[in-house]
Write a protein that binds this ligand. Structure first.
Ligand SMILES: *[C@@H]1O[C@H](CO)[C@@H](O)[C@H](O)[C@H]1NC(C)=O
Ligand SMILES: *[C@@H]1O[C@H](CO)[C@@H](O)[C@H](O)[C@H]1NC(C)=O
Ligand SMILES: *[C@@H]1O[C@H](CO)[C@@H](O)[C@H](O)[C@H]1NC(C)=O
Ligand SMILES: *[C@@H]1O[C@H](CO)[C@@H](O)[C@H](O)[C@H]1NC(C)=O
Ligand SMILES: *[C@@H]1O[C@H](CO)[C@@H](O)[C@H](O)[C@H]1NC(C)=O
Ligand SMILES: *[C@@H]1O[C@H](CO)[C@@H](O)[C@H](O)[C@H]1NC(C)=O
Ligand SMILES: *[C@@H]1O[C@H](CO)[C@@H](O)[C@H](O)[C@H]1NC(C)=O
Ligand SMILES: *[C@@H]1O[C@H](CO)[C@@H](O)[C@H](O)[C@H]1NC(C)=O
Length: 752
């Protein structure tokens, strides 16, 4: 009896042990910081110096990996002698996040893409007892495979350094590190026998590499100069070294099967399939050649590449590749799909036996009609359970884990996407991100191993990324109204009552999108090619937006010296003018359709001769909204004028035509000073003039001939050769005042 019960207890214990080991994915145990504790501590000390200069000496930093016995990051802060703060954490990232938490909630400070507010109290506020922050999430992932093209493509090392500091402060420990991989691909293809012509026909230009890597796009914007490879490689070495010094685990690239056409010349019997065109491109620039993962050549190329990666970049044993991104597989047979993923994984483990495959789950969303649960299961279960991590890429809108039984047992990361194309515009899903991660954690038999940020573009809506990052360190959802009040106070370093009220209004309207499957892709008429059939829908409550605008504007005078405030005043005024553009467009359309020339002249005149020029002046007055910065950074990477022109074309084309013929027109639209004047405004001017002419002469408006004419305007911008300022111009407050006085009353009137 007693022996039986102890036996059953033993059995029970064994089962519990197996279950708990299974849930913690011991297969992922080797994904951990490479740098020793001391190196990680030093990295944080250097970060603090960059951030706060001599005040950094008031922090004593210690990294001690034994603080965590389950690989979950933790940081403890306490007061020490001489008003110093001691921060001890399990990794560099943990300490940096712990200190940022202290800076936010005890010092009322803030660090963001659009400025820092680091008015640190003297002396440092004391802590009574221990301030302990810890996370339930092994991994905090960062970046979409598109972020490199939409946001970071032209960055130099100082800008990357700031970003990696931001990552550490916000707790990121699993960043994508894709820079410089083309240099390695080139070596692989050269070693296989491809000549330079064939390689040049494969790579796209720098601004389009994300889609080249995924097999969507070739040659467009290229060829890539050799100097690009050298510079990017050098940058990647620095990026990796810095990431690792904080204890981050960089995710490196692997082979997906996407090969240059020249491979078919070298290996005529290899099973290479030519796919159909991607998006609105023809086969001159798309139609990938995909090598069947089951072909022995796949293993050969995949392992050649991964060996190069490991030799040049070292490794942390985690690799990203996406087969079938926005491309339908040749067969939906589960046996085929399992064989594909088994082969992709085998090409990784042949070089790195400890490889973990990180996959973006975007395909399951973008091609949902193909990827039914049995196809998803087949693809995922071709890889041993726990040797793959799936990014639930757009989980704030359309979580996949919930209808795939937690990705059929593969670990996954719940990600917030939030932004498409790096578009400008206030937007957030704060309610969703506040609850979503906890629902994923509490899901029956959840395989959640982390939270992530996967925006296509960054440097907008800092509030949303700060909230999402913070939620990884919370035990339960936050009170959003309280959270955002504190955010307002620390972002501006001011307790002016308008600020918290304004932010609460924004949080219950434009930052609280709950429209099912809504994609934050800026379709506002302002940034789209004009027609008589534009989308005029505004999904959020405009009253709240305008009231927040008024509150911020009226709080402005003493706060204009703060970059964070100036940025937000520009941004909210910009948002209001974006909505008003839609209102004027409706007037224009109605006037045209009602054949009312005077009304058409009035609405068109206000839009083209006042509102858009004012908006351009407003944007041009703040360094965060300048076309000139984007272009200047692109040119600065060139060695000579020919390279400069290529980069300039890449930079301009991506944010406008997106392809030679406007193939993905305006997908990556930006509301920037310079672009407003010479691109959007020119287009609107042509539209209004054309409509006026049509009414005047009694001719119908023909969209197709307008499109031909406006394409010349659009192309004209890409090749206009004009240099745009990369320094702000004129006084933001003066411009914002003029706009407010003129347009706020109109905005209110139009609500009625
Ligand atoms: C690290 O933490 C462990 C566990 O708390 C402790 O035993 C050890 O002394 C610490 N090491 C250092 C260098 O502080
Ligand atoms: C270490 O593990 C034990 C037992 O699981 C747990 O009670 C303790 O809180 C853990 N310590 C830390 C620092 O996480
Ligand atoms: C590369 O190979 C292709 C196909 O054989 C050939 O047409 C082309 O001229 C070659 N280019 C160079 C630079 O050798
Ligand atoms: C594809 O489009 C480009 C750009 O418009 C054009 O030059 C080329 O001839 C087209 N190619 C094919 C195969 O239609
Ligand atoms: C070649 O690959 C395609 C798609 O990957 C597959 O459908 C086909 O059966 C393969 N052909 C051979 C001969 O293996
Ligand atoms: C969770 O897993 C256990 C053990 O495999 C299984 O018995 C149970 O049905 C699962 N629960 C759900 C809701 O899937
Ligand atoms: C956001 O919207 C949801 C659904 O309408 C609502 O339940 C929630 O309270 C809102 N959140 C905020 C912060 O207003
Ligand atoms: C928008 O918000 C205002 C102010 O709270 C409210 O009066 C109005 O009813 C709201 N409008 C809609 C369409 O919900």
């Amino acid at each position: 009896m007693s022996s039986r019960s102890s036996y059953s207890r033993f059995l029970l214990l064994t089962v519990m042990l197996i279950v708990s080991v299974h849930c913690e994915f011991h297969t992922l145990a080797h994904l951990k910081p490479q740098a020793n504790d001391k190196t990680q501590g030093r990295a944080v000390v250097e970060l603090l110096k960059r951030l706060m200069g001599s005040r950094s000496r008031e922090f004593i930093v210690l990294v001690n990996r034994s603080l965590s016995n389950d690989s979950l990051d933790v940081c403890e802060l306490r007061s020490a002698k001489n008003n110093k703060i001691i921060a001890t954490g399990s990794t560099g990232v943990a300490v940096a996040s712990g200190i940022y938490n202290y800076l936010k909630y005890f010092c009322n400070c803030h660090v963001s893409w659009s400025g820092n507010q680091l008015n640190i109290p003297h002396p440092l506020p004391q802590l009574t007892g221990v301030l302990r922050i810890s996370t339930q999430h092994r991994f905090r992932y960062y970046q979409n495979v598109c972020t490199v093209s939409y946001s970071t493509v032209w960055w130099d090392w100082p800008r990357w350094q700031r970003e990696i500091d931001w990552m550490a402060l916000n707790g990121i420990n699993l960043p994508l590190a894709f820079t410089g991989q083309e240099a390695l691909w080139q070596e692989v293809y050269q070693s296989l026998g491809l000549n330079q012509t064939e390689i040049d026909h494969f790579f796209s230009g720098p601004a389009f590499l994300a889609w080249n890597r995924m097999g969507n796009l070739f040659q467009w914007g290229g060829p890539i100069p050799q100097s690009w490879h050298v510079k990017q490689l050098y940058l990647q070495f620095k990026i990796l070294e810095r990431m690792r010094s904080f204890g981050m685990i960089p995710v490196l690239p692997a082979f997906s099967g996407n090969v240059p056409q020249g491979i078919t010349r070298l290996f005529p019997t290899a099973n290479v399939t030519k796919l159909g065109p991607w998006s609105h491109f023809n086969c001159s620039y798309s139609c990938a050649h995909i090598l069947d993962p089951r072909d022995p050549l796949f293993l050969q190329i995949g392992s050649l590449f991964l060996s190069q990666v490991m030799k040049q970049f070292g490794t942390d044993h985690i690799y990203n590749t996406d087969t079938f991104n926005e491309m339908t597989p040749p067969s939906s047979d589960p046996t085929y799909l399992s064989a594909v993923s088994r082969s992709v994984f085998a090409s990784m483990t042949s070089v790195d036996p400890q490889a973990i495959w990180l996959m973006q789950g975007w395909l399951f969303f973008s091609d949902a009609s193909f990827w039914k649960p049995s196809q998803i299961q087949a693809l995922l279960n071709g890889v041993p359970i726990g040797r793959m991590i799936v990014l639930d890429l757009f989980a704030e809108s359309t979580p996949i884990f919930s209808y795939t039984k937690s990705f059929f047992g593969q670990p996954f990361i719940w990600c917030m996407l939030n932004n498409f194309g790096g578009n400008s515009g206030l937007f957030g899903t704060v309610d969703r991100i506040n609850f979503g991660p906890f629902e994923a954690l509490n899901f029956p038999n959840s395989t959640l191993v982390g939270l992530g940020l996967t925006p296509e573009g960054i440097e907008q809506n800092p509030v949303v990324y700060e909230l999402m990052s913070e939620l990884a360190w919370r035990k339960q959802p936050v009170n959003l109204a309280k959270w955002v009040s504190l955010y307002a106070t620390r972002r501006y370093g001011s307790t002016h009552e308008n600020l918290a009220v304004a932010w609460k209004l924004l949080f219950r309207s434009i930052y609280n999108c709950t429209v099912p499957n809504y994609r934050n892709h800026n379709h506002s008429p302002l940034v789209r090619r004009p027609s008589l059939r534009m989308n005029t829908e505004v999904w959020y409550n405009r009253t709240d937006l305008y009231e927040a605008w008024r509150l911020l504007y009226q709080a402005a005078p003493p706060l204009m010296t703060k970059e964070t405030f100036r940025y937000d005043l520009v941004d909210i005024t910009r948002q209001a003018l974006e909505v008003l553009t839609t209102e004027f467009y409706i007037d224009i359309r109605n006037a045209y359709q009602g054949q009312k020339l005077p009304e058409l002249l009035t609405a068109g005149g206000v839009l083209v001769y006042d509102l858009l020029p004012e908006l351009d002046r407003l944007l041009s007055s703040d360094s965060n909204f300048l076309l000139g910065t984007w272009l200047e950074r692109a040119r600065s990477l060139a060695l000579n004028e020919a390279e400069a022109q290529l980069y300039d074309m890449n930079a301009r084309n991506q944010i406008t035509l997106w392809g030679p013929d406007g193939n993905i027109l305006d997908y990556a639209n930006k509301e920037w000073g310079g672009l407003m004047e010479d691109y959007y405004s020119q287009r609107w001017s042509l539209f209004v003039n054309t409509l006026v002419e049509c009414l005047d002469r009694g001719r119908p408006f023909r969209q197709d001939s307008f499109n031909k004419a406006v394409f010349q305007v659009e192309k004209g911008f890409v090749f206009n050769g004009r240099k745009y300022p990369s320094k702000p111009h004129r006084d933001t407050y003066e411009i914002a005042t003029r706009i407010f006085l003129k347009y706020y009353p109109q905005a209110l009137k139009r609500l009625l």
